[in-house]
Ligand binder design. Sequence first.
Ligand code: EPZ
Length: 422
Amino acid sequence: MDSIVVTGNGPLNGQIPIAGAKNACLTLMPATLLSDEPLTLTNAPRLSDIAMMGTLLQSLGAEVAQMQGGKVLALSSHALDTHVAEYDIVRKMRASILVLGPMLARDGHAIVSLPGGCAIGARPVDLHLRALEAMGAELDLRDGYVHAKASGGLRGGTFEFPIVSVGATENALMAATLAKGTTVLKNAAREPEIADLARCLRKMGAQIEGEETGTITVQGVDRLGGATHAVVPDRIELGTYMIAPAICGGAVECLGGRIELVQAFCDALDRAGIAVEETEGGLTVTRGDTPVRAVDVVTAPFPGFPTDLQAQMMALMCTAEGTSVLEERIFENRFMHAPELMRMGAQIDVQGGTATVTGVDRLRGAPVMATDLRASVSLILAGLAAEGETTVHRVYHLDRGYESVEQKLRNVGAKIERISGQ
Ligand code: EPZ
């Protein structure tokens, strides 16, 4: 297992290109199952999760080809060999559940392994299932699998999500495109990844409205065609690299970054005294000698503060002036990075879903353990600003969501290297 060694090395300066969004690509790829014509995704990120989704689609009989070093994905599914998404693939990546809606809508049947929980929470899929039932699906949970049937095809229906769910909205939205009649999804997620999915589906011939409003209306069509679609930039990778100059000082331009993707996050940086500027190429974050101010943050569905940037924000707050309160309201167990940051000298008190961070002058390097994707990158960010050396173990978590993280940070002056097999 690889580790990454980071040594605090002062301010960072330069440019970091932002890749396509992992969480958009993971829902765009299963959309190929809705059509027998090719779907080409450009600006795709090169990540282990994307490769895993490719493996899953191929296991169903779809074709997945990577071009231009993986930045272009050519997908097609003329006919499926099987409609069973096996436990052995699904257990490795929860987003695999996103093949359920498209397969059911396409051929009227699907068997998909239940994903199970993960480090950050129980993460049930009940809302995915209930939304599909509202479209006439018959579901049977058996032996750890969802057995889904829609004899005669799905039909339009109305479903109100009791809580906002990104994945359940994506599954229902894809399924609704081929359902007979009109589907209305209320209290639906409004994340930029959902808007990107809707844009792509419209290019394939779907009739969708309202994806940025919380109420999505879909007029089902008989069939969808192919399309070519550029994946939206990754707002979580963007926010992560915006924190790097904020925590170390310096000025970094994140190429391809767009403020509307991270507005709530930028508002928090602004309150913390960090300057964010829109440039022709993206967004520049600058911090001089002025201290970072402690700010409170509450995670919420988009357009609120993203839970996927909570750990990175906590790393920044560790050396801010004053005390900050971070409330995690999306996942029940998403403070696993806190004890690791405390190994680096941070002062953090976690009580349930609330973490109180009292800023210290400086963190000290230490060996730490990555527990999940965003926790791992928060430890790297903390290491960039710490005195001495930090070794982050189990960085396979990181490779799921960050493309060439060492290279990108080294290009702006960070002292960082990967050690394999440690
Ligand atoms: C997506 O997960 C993202 N993953 C997550 O990013 C992100 O943290 C999350 O949305 C919230 O923004 C992908 O897009 C692949 P949810 P998802 O359904 O769809 C509960 C990362 O770091 N819930 O919006 O699984 C659930 O337990 C990852 O890139 C139900 O109760 O999240 C959670 O508490 C981590 N029943 C809340 O809703 C359901 O059927 C929000 O989950 C579904 C969800």
